[in-house]
Design a protein around this ligand. Structure first.
Ligand SMILES: N[C@@H](CCC(=O)N[C@@H](CS)C(=O)NCC(=O)O)C(=O)O
Length: 224
């Protein structure tokens, strides 16, 4: 396995996005993790979100998405894999012991695989279905799945500050997923609302968001 170097890692990000995506792009998760451990990084802006991607970019990220992460001779795509790589170098993000490491990674994958798809489906339907006669029916069909996941998550979190004893990459991804949900979905679960607020109050989240917004403008129209 290649070890990360001491060189400054690079994250890709967009120069512009449509209004609904402003402040919601996934390079924020990577910036947040690096700011938590005080590791500097640089960004490479790759244009607007809907611009065609160069073949070299598709080699690094086969779906043409952001972020791509380069650290020495390691090039990664998918925020989950990037955060494991960053966490492996610093136990403030990922515990060293097998039990703690496994739980943190389980939560991160749960955020990506069990919670985010339910929430993102509602976002896509809402954006693409504006003004259509199918929107209400589609939301009615999809919403119970999101509600069930949030209900289970709320029970699991209980009155703890973080998903496990210590803050981890699992919290970074889960909080980023939840902050993008319609607040109405979180409202029945005050512990989830407070959990998101706690995450957003962390200095590393705030510096990551400020740096992200400084790189990214609103201005990209939605494709037809
Ligand atoms: N599963 C990917 C998702 C990345 C993703 O959804 N990126 C969005 C921006 S937030 C993107 O680049 N979308 C443009 C596209 O899909 O063409 C990850 O976690 O890295």
């Amino acid at each position: 396995m290649s070890a990360p170097t001491e060189a400054v890692p690079e994250i890709t990000a967009y120069r512009s996005v449509p209004d609904f995506a402003y402040g919601r792009i996934k390079d924020i998760r990577v910036r947040w993790a690096l700011d938590e451990i005080g590791r500097p990084y640089r960004t490479r802006l790759i244009g607007g979100i809907f611009e065609d991607k160069a073949p070299a970019y598709l080699h690094d990220q086969p779906f043409g998405q952001v972020p791509v992460y380069k650290d020495g001779d390691v090039t990664l795509f998918e925020t989950g894999s990037i955060l494991i790589h960053i966490g492996d170098a610093d136990e403030r993000l990922l515990p060293r012991d097998a039990k703690g490491r496994g739980r943190a990674i389980s939560w991160m994958i749960a955020a990506l695989n069990s919670v985010e798809p339910m929430i993102q489906t509602l976002v896509v339907l809402t954006v693409k279905g504006q003004g259509t006669d199918w929107l209400a029916g589609a939301i009615g069909a999809a919403k119970p799945f999101a509600e069930q996941r949030l209900s289970r998550l709320s029970q699991a979190l209980g009155d703890r500050d973080w998903l496990e004893e210590h803050f981890s990459i699992g919290d970074i991804v889960m909080i980023d997923v939840l902050r993008n949900a319609n607040p109405e979905l979180l409202a029945p679960h005050p512990n989830l609302t407070a959990y998101v607020a706690r995450g957003k109050a962390r200095p590393a989240f705030q510096s990551a968001m400020a740096a992200h917004l400084a790189d990214c403008a609103v201005g990209e129209p939605l494709p037809a």
